[in-house]
Design a protein around this ligand. Structure first.
Ligand code: NAP
Length: 289
């Protein structure tokens, strides 16, 4: 068995309809692919309808599943209501929302205009609470169970320089996840999150590691396991969290980063740069004391 294989049984998501924001590209596309393979219907939504349509037709061919592409800007509440209405018309309803859409870029914070700050926070935080509120109201009104999976990042709890708008917004999404996990549990609505470390995607790599930065700061060098994530690994975790197998998991954030953030946090973790010859010398010195 390989870590790049699908983990769940073939019909694990049969009968479910899942909305994936940002589902046309990157990790959203990979999660969508696996949800389809497991029998779900998937609605993919983002701003670029041409990208969504292309992805929908490729994934329908690849998996034999059903994909509805609907354009939407998550910053606009009415735009989301339109997605939900089209979903209901097409699939008769929906069970799960994956809040995956995001925007981000690197910059010293003092170089950012307040508008640039707004853009990232609006997509990530406003976009997520917009979608969450619209979907949650529907489920509560219809008295049906629901499930939110929010894609955050490990610096949602540590914070991080040079991506400060994203850090602020993802921390807000984390608070939203945990707050509603408790408040809306009485409506049988679960909320969980995934905090990914580095997973190669066109979007993340081009905005966060532009030009030669990818060579200079190769992400795998910061990961104790010495590699970046495989999309199927994240898709496996996401599929588990949107499936009924995780019915008792609520308010959890699952990190999938090969140990990256802990390495950054551990005071002495950088000592792995000490060669074994030097460890021998240090041991000898200790013995002499
Ligand atoms: P990506 O391919 O750029 O995905 C972002 C998606 O969001 C795009 O499909 C984009 O589509 C959509 N989007 C952006 N603004 C939107 C808006 N206003 N309304 C609706 N959709 C919008 O990048 P990714 O790497 O797969 O990222 C997916 C998620 O994983 C994000 O939440 C990201 O923060 C998280 N993450 C990724 C990594 C990584 O290493 N890749 C690490 C940690 C966390 P349009 O342009 O068509 O709108």
């Amino acid at each position: 068995m390989k870590h790049t294989e699908g983990m769940l049984r073939d019909d694990a998501l049969k009968g479910k309809t899942i909305i994936v924001t940002g589902g046309g590209t990157g990790l959203g596309r990979s999660m969508t692919t696996y949800f389809l393979k497991l029998g779900a219907n998937v609605v993919i939504t983002s701003r670029k309808l041409d990208v969504l349509k292309q992805t929908a037709s490729e994934l329908e061919q690849e998996t034999g599943g059903k994909v509805l592409p609907v354009s939407c800007d998550v910053r606009e509440y009415e735009s989301i209501e339109k997605v939900l209405a089209e979903t209901e018309e097409h699939f008769g309803g929906f069970d799960t929302v994956v809040n995956n859409a995001a925007g981000n870029f690197i910059s010293p914070t003092e170089r950012l205009s307040h508008r640039a700050f707004d853009i990232v926070v609006d997509i990530v935080l406003r976009g997520t609470y917009n979608v969450t509120l619209a979907a949650g109201k529907k489920w509560i009104e219809k008295q049906q169970p629901g499930n939110f999976l929010n894609i955050v990042t490990t610096y949602a709890w540590t914070g991080s320089g040079f991506v400060v708008p994203s850090a602020c917004a993802k921390a807000g999404v984390l608070a939203l996840t945990r707050s509603l996990a408790v408040e809306w549990a009485k409506y049988k609505i679960r909320s969980n999150a995934i905090a990914p470390g580095p997973f190669p995607t066109e979007g993340a790599w081009s905005r966060l590691l532009p030009g030669d930065l990818v060579k200079k700061f190769d992400p795998k060098n910061f990961v104790p396991l010495g590699r970046v994530g495989e999309h199927q690994e994240l898709a496996n975790l996401a599929a588990y969290l949107v499936s009924d197998y995780s019915a008792y998991v609520n308010g959890e954030v699952m990190t999938i980063d090969g140990g990256e953030w802990l390495k950054g946090a551990g005071e002495f973790s950088h000592l792995d740069e000490i060669p074994s010859q030097m460890w021998d010398q240090l041991e000898e010195m200790r013995k002499k004391k």
